[in-house]
Write a protein that binds this ligand. Structure first.
Ligand code: ZN
Length: 438
């Protein structure tokens, strides 16, 4: 345990990133076969060769030997819905029908505080068991749902980004706020939770379809008053959704133009999906520094379409990756990247194992502007860590007999891996989740 002043060291195979492998190739990652990760007061103090660092440990330092497992920074999920953990795997609908038939029905239950607490606790535990230590989380329209989530996250000391959804039209009456109450509730939550411990707030107008112009203006006021908060919303996921949004905002240049008109397209704006983007929209994202959030399992499950990562790169748009539970079908960022690979393959694009592992660690923290805090093993970063057993399943152990190098081994991990490969998860240096077989 890493109590104040105490030193903890984890021994194993270390892998982390210092740059983007798509841009600088092999120079982007650091790998140490027999490595030691030294943690002090919940922060990374050093990462390197065990034989060099072991003699530097103070007397009484606790060493946990994870060999031959792989030790990486905890995974980051840039878009997930807490109220949808019991919506996952709902049959046979695309976005708008799926929202009305399944999601909006389940989300009404979050009016009960006990239910919001139950789903929040479940989500956090499931994320940690999947090796995910930070996520950008949509709560429900109920103020109490965000309160419940922050309470649970603060208790676990996890670095989470979350917000109360704002929606004041095109949803059941039990699930709508008003421009004024959405503003007031969000403002109060920001005051209570943004920057408290490791918690961060995201101003969360669900999407243009469910917010009136008055509510969009209220969101803009929140952003202007709290420029250090995130903004999270959805865009260009589904053709019917796009047509509806355009109909509701006929004066906007396009869907991105709606958010742009209300000052919601900025460096801290995380926009889920970005599948059906026009040239002008890509340019607007690049100009404002907004983040496109790629949600592979959700895009396939809801039949939404194929995200064009190469195009985003060419346009200079930052990309983050995410599960989008409950449109998505797995809590695992490894599984998410396996589906990302297939989506890119369908478009003649590729994704190496190093690119995938970078995306779910440093890549996501750079996109979120949190790379000074988390996402790597640079000294001073918060010690959120996942320990992976690449041979956790029979099929993986069998396949690993024939791999010839790290790139091949890690590609097996990304393609066949999921939460079963997570041997342990640490939050700020504390062990919070450990697989019983490891
Ligand atoms: Zn979503």
């Amino acid at each position: 345990m890493s109590k104040d002043g105490a030193t903890l060291a984890l021994r194993g195979r270390l892998l982390w990133f210092v740059g983007d492998p798509h841009e600088i190739g092999e120079a982007a990652h650091r790998y140490v076969e027999d490595g030691l990760l030294v943690i002090e007061n919940g922060l990374i103090r050093a990462a390197g060769e065990a034989k060099e660092l072991l003699p530097t440990l103070p007397g009484g330092a606790a060493i946990t030997d994870h060999r031959p497992h792989l030790i990486m920074p905890g995974f980051i999920d840039a878009h997930i819905h807490m109220p949808q953990t019991q919506v996952v795997a709902s049959y046979g609908a695309q976005l708008m029908e799926w929202l009305n038939k399944y999601t909006f029905v389940e989300e009404q239950k979050l009016a009960q505080q006990g239910h919001a607490q139950k789903l929040s606790a479940f989500l956090l535990d499931e994320l940690l068991a999947s090796g995910t230590t930070t996520a950008a989380v949509y709560c429900s329209v109920h103020k109490g749902s965000a309160e419940a989530f922050f309470v649970e996250s603060h208790r676990r000391n996890t670095r989470m980004i979350a917000g109360k959804v704002m929606m004041d039209r095109n949803a059941p009456p039990a699930l709508t706020d008003t421009a004024e109450s959405g503003y007031a509730d969000s403002k109060d939550l920001i005051g209570r939770w943004h920057g408290k411990g490791r918690q961060l707030y995201a101003i969360t107008p669900r999407f243009a379809v469910t917010s009136t112009p008055e509510q969009m203006a209220a969101s803009q006021r929140l952003v202007e008053e709290h420029p250090d908060c995130f903004v999270q919303t959805h865009i260009n996921e589904n053709r019917a959704e796009i047509a509806f949004a355009r109909e509701l905002y006929p004066d906007a240049a396009d869907y991105a133009g709606i958010y742009e008109d209300y000052g919601l397209l900025g460096k801290k704006s995380l926009l889920g999906h970005c599948i059906h983007m026009t040239k002008r929209e890509w340019r607007a994202f690049a100009a404002h520094g907004a983040v496109a959030v790629f949600c592979p399992t959700s895009n396939l499950f809801l039949g939404s379409g194929l995200f064009d990562w190469d195009r985003a790169r060419r346009e200079g748009v930052k990309v983050a990756v995410a599960t989008d539970i409950g449109g998505g079908t797995s809590y695992s960022m490894l599984r998410t990247m396996a589906e990302a690979y297939k989506i890119l393959q369908l478009q003649g694009q590729s994704l190496s194992a190093f690119e995938a592992l970078h995306a779910i660690t440093l890549g996501n923290t750079v996109a979120l502007g949190l790379d000074h805090l988390i996402g790597s093993f640079e000294p001073g970063r918060e010690a959120d860590i996942v320990v992976l057993d690449p041979a956790a399943t029979r099929a993986m152990a069998h396949r690993l007999e024939t791999v010839r190098d790290l790139a091949e081994e890690f590609f097996v991990l990304v393609t066949l891996g999921d939460e079963r490969n997570v041997a342990a998860t640490y939050v700020a240096g504390e062990l919070v989740s450990a697989c019983s077989t490891n």
